[in-house]
Design a protein around this ligand. Structure first.
Ligand SMILES: Nc1ncnc2c1ncn2[C@@H]1O[C@H](COP(=O)(O)OP(=O)(O)OP(=O)(O)O)[C@@H](O)[C@H]1O
Length: 426
């Protein structure tokens, strides 16, 4: 695993000719070489990266950043304007709607056609056909022309073909988002199985949480250029920060003056954004005695304190203070917010206010980080005044065999005809 590259891309570029008026296209054909009637638009410029065998790389970027353009060139459905692509192994792609199927053919005919294009022999296709049909779950529509399919049915069949053709590289574009939630979960599960079996995967998604869960590395495309490639969490954090259109300012020291970190130093936040950076004065996790600690044991009380000043805000209507515990892959595990309790604030006139959340530690052994956020929720889209990801890092140490992610108290009962025993663990 992770040895030789299965995809190697060097200075890959795609330039589109953009005409302001339709007739300019005709003029360009007539006077090619003599005059230029178009503007150049670089959908991708000088992209270079490698994907190693068995690796899952998430591709993130805002709308129009060049993700689909890149994937189409990798899959050979679009010609590059420059650069080189080397692909080792069979690549199966689930690109956005429109790629792959002939609308006049039935689903079954398209399965045969598609699998043949992907390099399967007739015997291999026949052996796989029942599984492809069963996984797609489109019933009798399999014998109908694909042009009669809903977009969800189309994706079900396309995904099913892609994963049953034993590819060594799987490319999944945004297409999955068309399916319903159950099918999406089923597809993600299948992608995970393929990942475990050593298939290299390129996974395009706007869903940072999905990329963080699934991928080993992330590549961030911005306006056709590779802004960052590397470990998932830092790259997705930079991308998220960019989405909120805030330059990463130097993080203020948000560990409170009374903080006495134990065992490990307090790290700088990994990510920080918002329209009013600096309104959070301090944020940390404390024990029942009020000591800020970096290690919590089984079911120990944890008090999350967030101190802030709202003086710089025009309004405190809709103000909400929230915290989250995330794992190091960046997934929210526990989220608490004053908004849930409908708590409202008074103007602080420059005084520091504090919100304390109290929770018992149910986190299994591992490393975690605290997110502190001050938001305005008065409209449908949350506006972040300040969001600090990594306000504190801490560990949980569970004595006993705790597996899974959480270890709440679980009552158990064993019964048979004559005996009934109950207990509370741990
Ligand atoms: N045939 C074309 N002619 C001109 N411009 C094009 C063409 N196809 C794509 N583009 C432009 O190239 C840029 C990159 O498009 P692309 O579809 O790769 O973005 P994307 O990151 O996949 O976006 P999204 O997340 O919205 O799917 C966009 O600005 C798009 O308008």
């Amino acid at each position: 695993m992770y040895s030789d590259p299965v995809i190697s891309v060097e200075n890959l570029s795609k330039c589109y000719e953009v005409y302001n008026k339709p007739h300019q296209r005709l003029l360009q054909m007539l006077f090619r070489g003599k005059r230029k009637y178009f503007n150049e638009f670089w959908a991708l410029k000088n992209a270079s990266f490698k994907v190693r065998a068995g690796e899952t790389v998430g591709i993130i970027g805002s709308n129009g950043s060049g993700k689909s353009t890149l994937l189409q060139m990798l899959c050979g459905t679009l010609n590059p304007s420059g650069g080189e692509i080397h692909v080792r192994g069979r690549i199966a792609a689930l690109l956005e709607l429109g790629a792959g199927f002939n609308p006049e053919f039935t689903g079954k005919e398209n399965v045969y056609l598609n699998a043949a294009i992907l390099g399967l022999t007739l015997a291999e296709i026949e052996a796989a056909y029942a599984d492809i049909e069963a996984f797609a779950e489109i019933g009798e529509f399999i014998d109908q022309p694909v042009k009669t399919y809903s977009s969800g049915m189309y994706v079900r069949l396309a995904f099913s073909v892609a994963v049953h053709t034993k590819p060594s590289i799987l490319v999944v574009d945004e297409a999955l988002s068309v399916g319903d939630a159950r099918f999406q979960a089923k597809c993600l599960d299948r992608i995970k199985q393929m990942k475990e079996s050593g298939v290299s995967i390129l996974f395009v998604s706007h869903d940072v949480a999905a990329v963080r869960t699934l991928c080993d590395r992330a590549l961030w495309l911005d306006k056709g250029t590779v802004r960052a490639i590397g470990e998932v969490f830092p790259v997705t954090a930079q991308y998220t920060e960019h989405l909120f259109d805030r330059k990463p300012e130097k993080a203020p020291d948000i560990s409170s003056p009374e903080a006495k970190p134990q065992k490990r130093e307090v790290l700088q936040p990994i990510n920080q954004w918002g329209s009013h950076i600096g309104i959070i004065q301090s944020a940390g996790v404390y024990d029942a005695e009020g000591v800020q600690k970096n290690l919590y044991t089984d079911h120990e009380k944890m008090i999350i304190k967030i101190k802030f000043k709202t003086q710089s805000l025009n309004t405190i209507e809709g103000l909400s203070v929230s915290f989250s515990f995330k794992n190091l892959a960046g997934s929210d595990l526990i989220v608490g917010s004053t908004w849930n309790q409908k708590l409202s604030f008074t103007a602080d006139n420059g005084n520091t206010q504090e919100v304390c959340f109290e929770v018992d530690n149910y986190l299994c052994s591992g490393d975690y980080l605290l997110v502190a956020a001050i938001e305005n929720r008065s409209s449908a889209a949350i506006h972040y005044y300040e969001y600090v990801e990594g306000a504190q890092y801490f560990s949980s140490s569970f004595i006993g065999n705790a597996s899974g992610q959480f270890m709440p108290r679980i009552s158990m009962v064993i019964s048979n005809d004559s005996v009934r025993t109950g207990t509370l663990t741990p």
